[in-house]
Design a protein around this ligand. Structure first.
Ligand code: FAD
Length: 482
C-alpha cells in the first residue's frame, strides 16, 4: 500500500512509456495510479501515431504490390478506395489495442484516473477531470477544459510520461485544410497535397496518400530526405518517390502560406524553390516537441530545460530523486520502443532494483516504401566523430528473395570495428527493413563479430540472408550469391 501516500506510484501519461511503467510497477507489488487526459489509453503511439499509420501503410503496400504485379502478368484493375471504410478498419485496429490496455490495467488493479494532471508539490498531483469528449475533438483542441470533480492525489514515487505534441509552424493561418499527422490519419483525401518536412512522419504519410491517389509534393529544409540517415540508404527511396511524387524540393523553405478560397497558396524560397502553388491540403510534419512545460513541474521542483525536455540520469531519475521521467519527454530519440524500455526500467528502479539504462543501441525505422532502418553507428556519424569503421554490404539485386518480390532496389550494410571485427552498426533499405534490423541490433548487444554473423545459418531464400552475406563480404568469404 501507499502508506502515508494515496499511491506508491503515480504515472502521468498512458502512452507506451506510461502504461509499460504502470504495469511493471503493479507487477512488482506497488499501488499504482495511471493519469491520462484522453479517453483511451495508449498515448500518441496507439491512438494517433505508430499504429494507425502502419495500418494505412499496409493498405498502401497492398495497392502498390497489386499494381506492380501488372508487369509480371497479373492485373487487378484500378483500386476502388472507400476512405471511410478504410478509416474504420484503422480505428478498429487501434480500438482492439487500446481496449486491450484497459483490460490489462484492470487485471493489474492499476487505477486509471482520467484528467489533466499537474504537480502541486513534490508528492502531490492535482487532476482536473475532463469531460469525456471524443478523442478526435480533444486532439484538435489540444487540451480539453477541466470539468467537475477535480481530485488531488499524493504519491511516494512518480513517473512522468507525458510525451510530446506536434510542432506548429508559426504564422500559419487557422484553416482545416492545413493539417498535422493527426489530421492526416483522418484520411480525407485531397487531389493535391504538400507535405512540409521530409522526415520520417511526413514521408510515411506521403507514402499513404500517394498510394491512395493524391498528387503529393514534399518540401524539406535540409539537403535531403530523412535528415540524419546515411545517404546510400535514402537513395532507393529518393529514386522511387521522385518518379511518383509531383515534386520534391530539398534545401527549400516555405516562406508564406495563405488560405484562399480555391486552396492553400504556398510560397517557397531556396535552391529548388518553384513558383507559388495552390494545394488542396498542406500537411505540416516538422517534428514534435516535449510536453515538459505543461505539467506544473516547478511545483515539484523538477527541472525542465528550455526545449521542454526533462533531464534524467541513467536510472531515469529527474533532479528530484523520487520523480522519474521517460519517453519523448525525457529526450531523443522520440520513439515508442525507447519509451517502453525506459518505462520498465524506471518502475524497477523505483522498486529498489539496481538497474541502469545500458542499451547500446536504439533502432530507427522509416516505414516508407522502401522501408529504411538503421541501428548503432552510422557512416555519417562515424565520419563526423572520427570513429574508425569498416563495412560489409550486400545489394539486394543479388538476393533471390528480393527478386521474387519483384524488387531489387534494397541494400544491407553492416559496420564493423576494424580492430575486433565486432558489429558496431548497420543499415538496411528495402521491403521489411524494419523487421530485419533487429538482427543487427541483437548482434551489437551480444558483441557479435563478423565470423559469428557469417557462420550463423540463415534460412534460404530470405531477405535476412543479406545480413549474413554482408558479414561474409566483409570477411572475404562470400561465395554463393543469392
Ligand atoms: P506519448 O505516446 O506521447 O503519450 C503521452 C500521454 O500522456 C498521452 O496519452 C497524453 O494524452 C498524456 N498526457 C500528457 N500530458 C498529460 C497531463 N498533463 N495529464 C494527463 N495526461 C497527459 N514511434 C515509433 O517508435 N515507431 C513508429 O512507427 C512511430 N510512428 C509515429 C507516427 C506518427 C504519426 C507519430 C505522431 C509518432 C510516431 N512515433 C513512432 C512516435 C511515438 O508515437 C512516440 O515516440 C511515443 O508515443 C512516445 O511515447 P510516450 O509514452 O513518451 O508518450
Amino acid at each position: 500500500s501507499g502508506g502515508t501516500y494515496d499511491f506508491d506510484m503515480v504515472v502521468l501519461g498512458a502512452g507506451p512509456g506510461g502504461y509499460t511503467a504502470a504495469f511493471r510497477a503493479a507487477d512488482l507489488g506497488m499501488k499504482v495510479a495511471l493519469v491520462e487526459r484522453w479517453p483511451q489509453l495508449g498515448g500518441v503511439c496507439l491512438n494517433v501515431g505508430c499504429i494507425p499509420s502502419k495500418a494505412l501503410l499496409h493498405a498502401a503496400k497492398v495497392i502498390e504490390e497489386a499494381h506492380e504485379m501488372e508487369s509480371f502478368g497479373v492485373t487487378f484493375g484500378k483500386p476502388q478506395i472507400d476512405a471511410v471504410k478504410l478509416k474504420g478498419w484503422k480505428e478498429k485496429v487501434v480500438g482492439k489495442l487500446t481496449g486491450g490496455l484497459g483490460m490489462l490495467a484492470k487485471q493489474r488493479k492499476v487505477e486509471v484516473i482520467r484528467g489533466i494532471g499537474k504537480f502541486v508539490s513534490p508528492h502531490e498531483m492535482q487532476i482536473a477531470n475532463t469531460d469525456m469528449t471524443p478523442l478526435s475533438t480533444v486532439l484538435s483542441k489540444g487540451e480539453n477544459a477541466p470539468g467537475e470533480g477535480a481530485r488531488k492525489i499524493t504519491f511516494k514515487n512518480c513517473i512522468i510520461a507525458a510525451g510530446s505534441e506536434v510542432i506548429r509552424l508559426p504564422g500559419l493561418p487557422d484553416d482545416p485544410r492545413i493539417i498535422d499527422s493527426t489530421g492526416a490519419l483522418e484520411l480525407d483525401l485531397p487531389k493535391r497535397m504538400l507535405v512540409i518536412g521530409g522526415g520520417i512522419i511526413g514521408l510515411e504519410m506521403a507514402t499513404v496518400y500517394d498510394a491512395l491517389g493524391t498528387k503529393v509534393s514534399v518540401v524539406e529544409l535540409t539537403d535531403g530526405l530523412i535528415p540524419g540517415c546515411d545517404r546510400d540508404l535514402v537513395r532507393p527511396l529518393e529514386k522511387r518517390v521522385s518518379k511518383r511524387y509531383e515534386k520534391i524540393m530539398v534545401k527549400t523553405k516555405v516562406t508564406k502560406v495563405e488560405a484562399l478560397k480555391e486552396g492553400i497558396r504556398v510560397t517557397f524560397e531556396g535552391e529548388q524553390a518553384i513558383e507559388p502553388q495552390i494545394y488542396d491540403k498542406v500537411l505540416v510534419a516538422v517534428g514534435r516537441s516535449p510536453n515538459g512545460k505543461k505539467i506544473g513541474a516547478d511545483a515539484a521542483g523538477v527541472v525542465v530545460n528550455e526545449r521542454g525536455f526533462i533531464p534524467v540520469d541513467k536510472q531515469m531519475r529527474t533532479n528530484v530523486s523520487h520523480i522519474f521521467a521517460i519517453g519523448d519527454i525525457a529526450g531523443q530519440p522520440m520513439l515508442a520502443h525507447k519509451a517502453s524500455h525506459e518505462g520498465k526500467l524506471a518502475a524497477e528502479v523505483a522498486h529498489g532494483e539496481k538497474r541502469f539504462f545500458d542499451a547500446r543501441v536504439i533502432p530507427s525505422v522509416a516505414y516508407t516504401d522502401p522501408e529504411i532502418a538503421w541501428v548503432g553507428v552510422t557512416e555519417t556519424e562515424a565520419k563526423a566523430k572520427g570513429i574508425t569503421y569498416e563495412k560489409g554490404s550486400f545489394p539486394w539485386s543479388a538476393n533471390a528473395r528480393s527478386l521474387t518480390l519483384g524488387r531489387d532496389d534494397g541494400l544491407t550494410k553492416v559496420l564493423f570495428d576494424p580492430a575486433t571485427h565486432r558489429v558496431i552498426g548497420g543499415g538496411i533499405v528495402g521491403p521489411n527493413a524494419g523487421d530485419l534490423i533487429s538482427e543487427i541490433a541483437l548482434a551489437i548487444e551480444m558483441n557479435t563479430d563478423a565470423t559469428d554473423l557469417g557462420l550463423t545459418i540463415h534460412p534460404h531464400p530470405t531477405l535476412s540472408e543479406t545480413v549474413m552475406f554482408s558479414a561474409e563480404a566483409y570477411e572475404g568469404t562470400l561465395t554463393d550469391l543469392y
